[in-house]
Each structure stands twice: as structure tokens, then as C-alpha cells.
Design a binder for this molecule. Structure first.
Ligand SMILES: [Zn+2]
Length: 475
């Protein structure tokens, strides 16, 4: 009997011990879920962030690094955050490249057999110009670098190489299709120049067939001739390809007056709420303030910037004093240099700052599906315990692998977790790096779902840390 009693007590005691953290966990869960609900209530009914986007895209507009508009965007975002009454707003100096497009480009197919036809082209960022006379040459079409190599100097010398490998549209996540094609844009000019080509045309990086050219950055290599490189619209690329089959000796005329000028002093813009318990632990939420010089840089990446500012507003509106320090960072020069992201990581390292997590929104202001995480096993396991808090808002995809270009340089510092907001990707490359990436294409609600989702994640990390330890402990 005695033994039986003892056993019963032991079992009961064990059950109670187990129940205490379970109850504490439930309370934490309840308060977390209430806070998150309020982020969404506020974000979905507020127009402030959307009006910020309107100002950035409509009043300031395209803001390529080094341009007067980029400088205006720095000053504007500093003022917006100053007016929010944050603990600290400051600028971080960074020297950035300054490339200018010059005159509107001319692209023309000249065929003896089929006549001449204008097509839409855009100089690729960092490209040299053609001179004011332009250049015209025969065209050789390839799908990839192997094909180009096989052609060899004999068939490439003196010609324009036309890289025409399309997006693989079987990918459900369009970023994967982009990743599978973008080597042509970045490295096409060097590969072609090594074989004596005089210019490069690259099929625009989009899933769509459009009459819109998509710019983007390219690079040269020391010791390799710098030849002009342009993106051609997908519609133009299909036409050129079809005409080449009919007339292999047709010529292409391209005229671009772009040039690179001396570097310019610019800034990352940073707004901060100091942590109440662990101020030395930092959580970054950010986007990039620069954009390409065509369009308005709305999805890329105006939305990421105003969403990041909105995260701070959402925290303040609830009167939350976050345990850890929260920074909204507007990075400069993501598009053609990444100097802002590198500078930020450099200074973080020099000051021995401890970043717990960095979240970037740079995949468009579309309906968020979740986040991608660059984290270790323990950290990722902890993140998965938050799934029930995020799923009600459509944030179902908490996948491994993620981050963003600007926060990438932080990798490896003090176990920082790098996180990318994952919006629906289907329309992003319709607009990416074009003159049609405008304010009108952004839906306020979709964008605000992203703001609230990031606020939720920032809050959870700030409350519970992200060391992979027990989330129950509330540490
Ligand atoms: Zn971007």
C-alpha cells in the first residue's frame, strides 16, 4: 500500500513539475498572440506606411546610388524616423559608385531581308557606353557560356553576343528561375569579350513576355576589354531570335551613352529602439533605399524600406518596450555594389556588436507566405515553436535557407540568424528593375501584411532571444 501511495505521489509530482512550464508556456503564448493580433489590427487599418511609400516613389522616385534622388531618400527617411521619436536615428557613411545612364538607349535590328526594327533595350548597370555614334555588328545567339566557348574566337570576334536563355518557368518560386538565368547578365560581357566580341545583349530577367527591358548589374574583370552590355526585352529577344533564323547576317545597332563617374559619399540610414533588458543584443529589420534609375523602385525595394520603418511604428504604437534593441536599417547601394550592406557588417564587427537576427524584405511588397531562415539546428527548432503564432496570418512557410543581399555580410558574426521575408513571388519579375516598378503596382494590404509579419517575428525574437535555448523559459 505504502509503496502504491509513494508511487502515486511521485507520478503526481512529476506531472505537476511538467505542468508548470507548460502553463507558463501557455501564458507566454497567449500574450504573444495578443500582441501579434494587435500588430495586424494596426497595420491593416493604417495608411501611414503606404503614404510613406507614395512619397518615396512619387516625390523622390528612382534613386540610383550616387544620384541626387538617392541623397534625397537618405534625408527623407532620416526625417521620417526622427519624427517617430525613436531612441536614436543616425547615418552611417559609405562611399558608393555613381553610374549614369545618359541618353535613352537605341536598339535596332537591321536586316537586309526583313527591314529594320526598333526593340527596347536598357544599358546594364556599370556598363560602358557605345560612344555617341553607337555600334553595329552581326549577332551571334547563345543560350549559355558553354555554347559560347564552343563557338570560339573565330565565330565571336567582332560580333555582338546575344545571350537568350529564358527563365525556366517550371519553377514555382520565381527566384529560382532568376537564379538560373542571371549569370548571363552578370558575367556575359566578360565571357564574350574574352572571345573578341564588341557588345552584349542579354534577354531580360523576367518570366513574362513583355516589351519592357529589365536592367540590373553586370561586372567587368581586370585585364578583359570592357564592352557595352544591354538588356533586351523578352519580346524583342524573341523577335531577334526569329529574325536571326531567317537572316543570320543581320546586324544589330545599339547606342548607349552611360558612364561611371567618381564615387560619391552616401549613407545607410538607421533608426533604433533601445532594448529594455538586453540592449547590447540587436535585431535588424531592413531593406535597401537605393533603386535602379528607371521606374520608381516601388517593389524593389521601396516596400522593404517603408515596411521596416513600419515595424518600429507598430512596436511603439502598442507601447512595447522591447527587451532587445531593434534597428530599422535602410541600406544604400544594394543594386550596384552592396557597399552599404558591407559597411554595416564591417562596423558591427569593429564595434563588436552582437546581432541576434537580421530580417530583410527585398522580394517585393506582395502577400507574405512566410520567412526563410539561415540558422543552426537549435535556432531553427526554436523558430518552429512559433509556427502556431504565425500560421493564422498566412505565414506558413518557415523554411531553411534565407536572408538577403544587404544582411548577407553579417553572416558568421556571433551566430546571427539571417532571415528573408518571403512574399508570393509570381509577379515580382514582371516589374523587377523596370520602368513599370511603380507605386500603383503595390497593394496596401499585401504590403502591410508583410510589415505586421516582420513586426511579429521581431517581437518574438526580442522577447525570447534566438539562441536555440528553450523558448518556454522566456529568456
Ligand atoms: Zn532589391
Amino acid at each position: 500500500m505504502l509503496l502504491k501511495h509513494k508511487l502515486r505521489a511521485l507520478v503526481a509530482g512529476a506531472a505537476m513539475l511538467a505542468a508548470i512550464p507548460a502553463m507558463a508556456q501557455q501564458n507566454t503564448y497567449k500574450s504573444d498572440s495578443t500582441v501579434i493580433r494587435k500588430f495586424y489590427d494596426d497595420a491593416l487599418t493604417s495608411y501611414e506606411s503606404y503614404e510613406n511609400l507614395r512619397f518615396l516613389t512619387k516625390n523622390i522616385g528612382a534613386r540610383l546610388s550616387g544620384s541626387p534622388q538617392a541623397a534625397a531618400a537618405v534625408e527623407w527617411s532620416r526625417q521620417v524616423m526622427e519624427e517617430m521619436g525613436l531612441d536614436r536615428v543616425y547615418l552611417q557613411e559609405v562611399m558608393v559608385p555613381y553610374w549614369v545612364r545618359g541618353d535613352k538607349e537605341i536598339g535596332r535590328i537591321l536586316s537586309g531581308r526583313n527591314g529594320s526594327q526598333e526593340v527596347n533595350i536598357l544599358a546594364l548597370g556599370s556598363s560602358v557606353g557605345t560612344g555617341t555614334q553607337g555600334l553595329s555588328a552581326e549577332v551571334v545567339e547563345v543560350q549559355n557560356f558553354e555554347e559560347l566557348e564552343k563557338l570560339g574566337k573565330k565565330k565571336v570576334k567582332g560580333k555582338i553576343v546575344f545571350f537568350n536563355r529564358p527563365f525556366d518557368n517550371r519553377h514555382v518560386v520565381t527566384g529560382a528561375a532568376y537564379g538560373g538565368a542571371v549569370d548571363q547578365r552578370g558575367g556575359g560581357a566578360v565571357a564574350a569579350a574574352k572571345l573578341g566580341a564588341v557588345g552584349v545583349l542579354v534577354r531580360s530577367m523576367t518570366n513574362d513576355i513583355q516589351d519592357v527591358a529589365h536592367t540590373g548589374n553586370m561586372r567587368y574583370e581586370d585585364g578583359v576589354e570592357k564592352i557595352p552590355a544591354a538588356a533586351i526585352s523578352t519580346k524583342g529577344a524573341d523577335e531577334l531570335s526569329a529574325m536571326l533564323k531567317n537572316d543570320a547576317n543581320l546586324k544589330f545597332y545599339m547606342r548607349m551613352t552611360c558612364e561611371t563617374r567618381p564615387d560619391v559619399l552616401s549613407y545607410n540610414v538607421i533608426g533604433e529602439i533601445k532594448g529594455s533588458e538586453k540592449p547590447e543584443e540587436i535585431i535588424v529589420v531592413g531593406g535597401h533605399l537605393d533603386s535602379w534609375d528607371v521606374g520608381e523602385g516601388a517593389h524593389d525595394d521601396g516596400t522593404g524600406c517603408v515596411q521596416s520603418i513600419e515595424v518600429l511604428r507598430l512596436l511603439k504604437a502598442q507601447g512595447i518596450k522591447p527587451k532587445r534593441t531593434i534597428r530599422a536599417v535602410m541600406f544604400m547601394n544594394e543594386e550596384n555594389g552592396l557597399r552599404g550592406g558591407r559597411k554595416y557588417a564591417e562596423e558591427a564587427k569593429a564595434k563588436n556588436e552582437k546581432h541576434v537576427a537580421a530580417i530583410e524584405s527585398d522580394a517585393g511588397g506582395f502577400t507574405p507566405r512566410g520567412f526563410g531562415f539561415d540558422a543552426n539546428d537549435q535556432q531553427y527548432a526554436q523558430i518552429l515553436t512559433w509556427q502556431p503564432l504565425l500560421a493564422p496570418y498566412g505565414l506558413h512557410e518557415l523554411n531553411r535557407g534565407g536572408g538577403g543581399a544587404d544582411i548577407g555580410p553579417l553572416k558568421g558574426q556571433n551566430n546571427v540568424v539571417l532571415i528573408g521575408l518571403r512574399p508570393d513571388s509570381q509577379r515580382y519579375f514582371d516589374y523587377h528593375h523596370t520602368h513599370i516598378d511603380t507605386f500603383e503596382t503595390v497593394n496596401r494590404r499585401e504590403m502591410q501584411l508583410g510589415s505586421a509579419g516582420m513586426a511579429a517575428l521581431v517581437y518574438l525574437i526580442s522577447e525570447h532571444g534566438l539562441n536555440g535555448g528553450s523558448a518556454k523559459a522566456g529568456k
